[in-house]
Design a protein around this ligand. Sequence first.
Ligand SMILES: C[S@@+](CC[C@H](N)C(=O)[O-])C[C@H]1O[C@@H](n2cnc3c(N)ncnc32)[C@H](O)[C@@H]1O
Length: 267
Amino acid sequence: METIEKPRYGFVAWKYFASMAVIGFAGLALVLVTFVFPLSFLVRWILRLVGAPIAFVGLYIGTSYIFLYEKALKRRGDNWSKIAEFSQLKGNEKVLEVGCGTGIGSISLAKKLPRSKIVGIDIFKGVSGKSPESAMRNAQIEGVADRVDFRYGNALKIPYADETFDLVTMGSVLHELHSEKDKTKALREIYRVLKPGGKFVTLEILRNKKLALCVLAFALVWKPKEYWPTLIERGGFRNVTTRSFRSVISFGIFTGEKPVAKLTGRI
Ligand SMILES: C[S@@+](CC[C@H](N)C(=O)[O-])C[C@H]1O[C@@H](n2cnc3c(N)ncnc32)[C@H](O)[C@@H]1O
């Protein structure tokens, strides 16, 4: 019987959670040695008091990935329907996806926009099994390989000329640029490669109480809803909008426009 090949979109952010699980197991090991080896009273209790909280926090955050992945991250392709809807596209746009990973965003958009050309760039770190070739293989399996292309490219120095694209998108990438300086630099690069009147749309997981309950202090990796609009405006964009929606965790979709003409001081 013929087997049908399925696309492999990989596990986003799994390395962070796996590292926390390893730290958790190290904490557990500290506690367990106190039951196996004959130690003095003081050493035994120091190891237990240090090891137990490390074990709890590490294993709690590490295992929360299973929940987050199953309930939200696995279906992240669905979020791109919302991105397409909020972008108000005609269907024939030239699109750039920054931080495309294994291609789930570019491929979902290509399916929604039947006459568009879409390029995905990434530094290809942080998603399991990622490379331009693996993203392209997924595009072939999904039947859109003739309209998408994937290549190496850094958000901080986008390898395209000024005013090339009608739309630039990002799916859960900006938070990975850790300093505010880098985030702003990436936004200015996106602004540069957009045509006048072009749109920028980005999706981010939102930090809120529920996320903090899920992943404890690890939630600090993400930003609250209020953080993004100001930053996007600082990148030069106008008419910035925010929409949020909740699956098990909350997502925000933020859009901005590059003005058609540069505003000059006086008339
Ligand atoms: C959380 S993953 C999301 C990937 C993809 N958008 C998805 O939804 O599967 C973040 C992606 O951003 C990429 N990334 C991080 N910093 C980048 C940079 N400076 N330039 C381009 N891509 C970057 C990572 O390599 C990773 O593939």
